[in-house]
Write a protein that binds this ligand. Structure first.
Ligand SMILES: Cc1ncc(COP(=O)(O)O)c(C=O)c1O
Length: 390
């Protein structure tokens, strides 16, 4: 049996999300005018309401996407292209941070490399957080968009997006946040925070992969990525996926309802995991020292004196699924731009908890790591034990 502590990469679907997906999988096109189509439309609109209630926005501002990658791309490219179209500047300016997910950093760099925008990338502090003052200092007269993630996927470091948005409230600068990792255990309220755009992905919460949300404040000019049937206010063409959207709505509603108890439970589990792991020699925690400034789901450490590949193989063999760095992208270990940005050394290991995590998961992880780390440090595996299964 595998002990799964990689919930930041993806987490198993919740039963209610499975049921909603199943219920609305086999239905008509929600844009059709017949009764079957209208029933599917009701399911999609109910999901939109659930998402809006969960995020403190209007249902009209909710755009269903194929995930956070699309939602981030839509915000970054769509808002910057709209500014180009409106001739707001010859090459409008975009501000983001060095610790963003590639779903933000890559479109930002792509636009800059093509000469369509100018780009400022704000470095993080040593604990992975981004200082709001540093972000605001990068804003110029021609800045159109500031994109700062709510919480980092590798370190779990939390950013003060509301303070950044409040400081920009009187200026014509849109604020976008990638809230993918934060939403499970932290309140995210777009109205309270005063932000204009947000991205999330259902499969990080217990929904299916392949559906996410872009929230785009009403009146915010955005050029679509996809052109076609004009669904979702013309911002995102393509037949609405009633089953995926319904599952996304249900899982967000459940997330908000269970958040207070779930976050306390996960905090206790992560604290116990951290206490046990940090007792081992040569293991250091990365990310904020202040518990209030980090997600209760994430424990990121650097381990001295062992090879990353050897650790990955040994954990796999012991049945512990965790991530060396972040496996959100290609699954490749190491080479993390986030760890480079904070100057971390040693072999990285991220253990991340989710809604199904239990005490037994923590016990088993501590048992495995307590055996594997000292053993790898003692020396190379003997050939007989070094063979990778399969
Ligand atoms: C912070 C963050 N943003 C964006 C994404 C992309 O989400 P998806 O792969 O569901 O599109 C991920 C995870 O992969 C993430 O952790």
């Amino acid at each position: 049996m595998t002990t799964y502590l990689d919930h930041a990469a993806t987490t198993p679907p919740r039963p209610a999300a499975r049921a909603a997906l199943q219920r609305w999988l086999d239905v008509a096109n929600p844009s059709s005018t017949h009764l079957a189509g209208q029933a599917a439309r009701v399911a999609v609109e109910q999901a939109r309401d659930q998402v809006a209630d969960a995020l403190g926005c209007s249902p009209h501002e909710v755009v269903f996407t194929a995930g956070a990658t699309e939602a981030d791309n839509l915000a970054i490219k769509g808002i910057m292209w709209a500014a180009c179209e409106q001739h707001r500047a010859a090459r409008p300016h975009l501000v983001t941070t060095a610790v963003e997910h590639p779903a933000v950093l890559d479109p930002a760099r792509w636009l800059a490399e093509r000469g369509e925008v100018t780009l400022s990338i704000v470095p993080p502090a040593a604990d992975g957080r981004v200082d709001p003052e540093a972000v605001l200092a990068a804003v110029r007269a021609d800045t159109v968009l500031v994109s700062v993630m709510a919480a980092n996927n590798e370190l779990g470091s939390v950013n003060d997006v509301a303070t950044i948005a409040a400081a920009l409230a009187e200026r014509e600068v849109a604020v976008h946040t990638d809230a993918v990792q934060a939403v499970l255990t932290r309140e995210v309220d777009m109205s309270d925070w005063g932000i204009d755009a947000l991205a999330l992905s259902a499969h990080k919460l217990g929904g299916p992969a392949g559906v996410g949300v872009a929230v785009l404040r009403r009146g915010l000019p955005v050029v679509p990525l996809l052109h076609g049937g004009g669904q979702d206010r013309g911002v995102r063409s393509g037949t609405l996926a009633a089953g995926l959207d319904a599952a996304c709505g249900v899982v967000l509603e459940q997330t908000v309802a269970e958040r207070p108890t779930l976050s306390l439970r996960l905090r206790d589990l992560t604290d116990r995991l951290a206490a046990g792991l940090l007792e081992l020699d040569g293991v250091r925690r990365n990310g904020p020292a202040d518990p209030a400034a980090r997600l209760v789901t994430h424990l990121h450490v650097s381990i001295d004196g062992i090879e990353a590949d050897a650790l990955a193989v040994a954990l796999d063999r012991a049945g512990l699924a965790a991530s060396s760095g972040s496996a959100c992208g290609s699954g490749a270990a190491g080479g993390s731009h986030v760890l480079t940005a904070i100057g971390a050394h040693g072999t990285p290991l991220r253990l991340s908890l989710g809604w199904p995590s239990t005490d037994e998961d923590v016990d088993r992880a501590l048992e495995v790591l307590g055996e594997v780390i000292p053993r790898l440090r003692r020396g190379p595996l003997r050939p007989a034990t070094a063979r990778v299964a399969g």
